[in-house]
Design a protein. Sequence first.
Length: 222
Amino acid sequence: MNSRASVFASIRRSLGVTGDEATRRFEVETRLKQAPPGIVPKRGQGDVTARLLTFRAEAERAQASVAEIAGWADAPAEIARFLRENNCPATLRMGEDQRLAGMPWSETSLEISYGASDGGDFNAVSAAFAGIAETGTVALVSGPDNPTTLNFLPDNHIVLLPREAIEADYESVFAKLRGAYGKGEAPRTLNFITGPSRSADIEQTLLLGAHGPRRLHIVVVG
């Protein structure tokens, strides 16, 4: 028995229950289903156009850069432009996401590699699960399609975000996650990323790229 199981067993003994009582389980499930929502800020609310405007303003305020393209096929040219204009190597690592695999990378001079990063990559691209207008945040789920290491190890992180996936607030993203994966099937990790990595621990001087990417470039698709 591990320590967690031991603690719960001790609590059940004190309460004189087993944890399998149908009445108690029903009460817990009812309370979870009927839990009142918390306070949700108005800042991110509105239709998709309003959410995009708020998302962009908040993301740029957090020192991310944002570009908009018409469709997924336009992503390679935009990514190549971003890397070129920032004097970055023409290399790019990505996961197994089929939306990325189907793009016309051959129309660029980018050298593409696949799989998780070992820390030696300058640039990586991921496809976001959702965006959050309220704070200009992107939400990324873990898995072979978009490995979590790509979010944190390369110097430059490029995130492709479908326009229709921009939600108003965090509560909406959690609801979207439950709807997409179902009970017990959620990805192991959900990362919320707002702007590039930063730290001001030393003499209150802001340093980008302290413990993650020094640049975050968000490409809104659609």
